[in-house]
Design a protein around this ligand. Structure first.
Ligand code: PHE
Length: 488
């Protein structure tokens, strides 16, 4: 006897939950970082190619797979992919496809959360530090490293974040997750829009030669020569970003889609998720960090670099972009803004916290669903089991230097690997015609026929770029560890 599975209570709740799942730190921190480090407008060309020919088709594949699993009472990859692979394979072989994808999804989710939850915790801490003005009047770089070495404080903000996550997930899908995202997501969009309105009024706050418009120009002027000179690197960055930002290759889109009714629309809902995410990424995420950094360049770029001119300064900003940038250079900008800087900084970090939180809820729910459905552990118990798993997995991030980058390299590779499994299992083994039929079951729109070919041939080819690209550095850096640990 199947127990009655939880389902999304409202269409709006589902769409906001899916948007919350995809919209994360990737949109507001990782995206501007990738743009800045990959030639600005040079990055946007392969980015949009990857969006249309890789991101959108894989998003549909995952929605189809998720709803299909849900029909049989499954919200995790193992059993779902077993059922789908059965369309072409004998049960024994299908079983192995299920096992491998299930294990990949589990290890990926735990590894990603080992550092992702810390980043969300940092954002919570910095919301408070900004509002309280704690780093005002101090070197922001030093403040940040002091914060990181204060493990008690780091754990406190991590703990607040993860306990709230546990509460939300413990309440279930319709009564917990859906209610939380219905508050957080609209606020997130409102905060971002308020910040951008302010940015548009800024002009040149420090020096007439440096305006926010220069930042927009940097992103939106296609830079063909840079693209030509760094083709592989930029393509790799763009395809990798599409993956990360859409939350593909992890199993969490499938999990959320499994709480649909059997005839709920997946074609339109999938594209709505992509649109909400891309709006939050290229429109909102692209209009905050880079324009601000450019307008405040004279305050954050060293004078000798500034003297070499705009291109050199923008390059400097590009290289510096990244996590450190978000927690040191941007706070520097907030300090330079004067009184409003405290409010602006607090809004920015609270926005990051909401963005990260609503993605983390999806991942948390995946793991809890795994315990609940595949191992028959009660949700209320499973939630705290996962809390412990997260706690243990997160400790090395605090104590071992360089661990976070290493895990990130593993995660990036595994995401692409699992997405490859998505296409192999949920399209090829499930049979392309079944996939296409499922995609349109209950759908309000018809997906143009050529997307079937894109899904079958183009998406897997494009996927090879990050798979190959992430593999080499992964092996290289992993092999360095024995020597590194020997030093400790
Ligand atoms: N998409 C989320 C973001 O943009 C992060 C994420 C990536 C979540 C992969 C799950 C899987 O931050």
């Amino acid at each position: 006897m199947e127990a009655q599975r939880d389902q999304w209570a409202t269409k709006l709740g589902l769409i906001l939950a899916m948007a919350g799942n995809a919209v994360g730190l990737g949109n507001f921190v990782r995206f501007p970082t990738q743009v800045a480090q990959n030639g600005g407008g040079a990055f946007m060309v392969p980015y949009f190619i990857a969006l249309f020919f890789l991101g959108i088709p894989v998003m549909w594949v995952e929605w189809v797979a998720g709803r299909y699993g849900g029909k049989y009472g499954h919200g995790t990859l193992g059993p779902t992919y077993y059922l789908m692979a059965r369309e072409s394979l004998k049960p024994r072989s299908a079983f192995w496809f299920g096992v491998i994808s299930g294990m990949l999804a589990f290890s990926l989710t735990v590894l990603l959360n080992s550092y992702y939850l810390h980043l969300i915790g940092w954002s919570a801490a910095y919301t408070y530090f900004s509002a309280a003005g704690s780093y005002f009047g101090q070197p922001t770089g030093e403040f940040f490293s002091n914060y990181l070495s204060n493990h008690g404080q780091v754990m406190l903000f991590w703990g607040i974040t993860v306990i709230l996550l546990a509460i939300a997930v413990g309440q279930g899908v319709s009564k917990g997750i859906e209610r939380w995202v219905k508050v957080m997501m609209p606020l997130l969009y409102i905060f971002a829009i308020l910040m951008i309105i302010y940015i548009f009024t800024l002009g040149s706050p420090v020096d007439p030669n440096w305006s926010t418009i220069d930042g927009f120009r940097f992103i939106w002027t296609p830079n063909w020569s840079y693209l030509g000179d760094h083709l592989w690197q930029v393509m790799l960055a763009a395809t990798g970003q599409i993956f990360f930002t859409l939350s593909l290759g992890m199993g969490i889109i499938q999990n959320y889609a499994s709480y649909l009714g059997p005839k709920d629309d997946v074609a339109l809902s999938g594209i709505a998720t992509v649109s909400l995410n891309e709006f939050a990424e290229v429109v909102l995420g692209g209009s905050i960090a880079i324009p601000l950094a450019t307008a405040y360049a004279p305050k954050i770029v060293p004078p000798d670099v500034l003297q070499q001119g705009k291109t050199a300064a923008l390059e400097w900003i590009g290289q510096k972009f990244g996590l450190g940038f978000s927690y040191t250079s941007l706070p520097n900008v907030f300090v330079s803004m004067g009184d409003i800087g405290r409010l602006f900084g607090a809004l920015w970090f609270l926005l990051l916290w909401f963005a990260g939180f609503t993605s983390a809820i999806a991942m948390y729910n995946y793991l809890v669903a795994m315990l609940e459905e595949d191992m028959h552990i009660k949700r209320s118990v499973g939630t705290w089991v996962i809390f412990l798993v997260y706690l243990i997995a997160g400790l090395p991030v605090i104590y071992i230097n360089g661990y976070m980058d290493q895990v990130d390299a593993w995660v990036s590779f595994q995401l692409t690997l699992l997405a490859f499994f998505d296409i192999i299992i949920a399209v090829y083994l499930f049979k392309p015609d079944n996939f296409w039929r499922e995609l349109h079951e209950g759908a309000w729109i018809r997906v143009p026929e050529f997307y079937k070919w894109v899904t079958l041939y183009i998406a897997p080819l494009l996927l090879l770029i990050p798979m190959i690209g992430y593999f080499k550095p992964l092996v290289q850096t992993t092999l360095e560890w024995p020597a590194r640990l020997a030093i400790i």
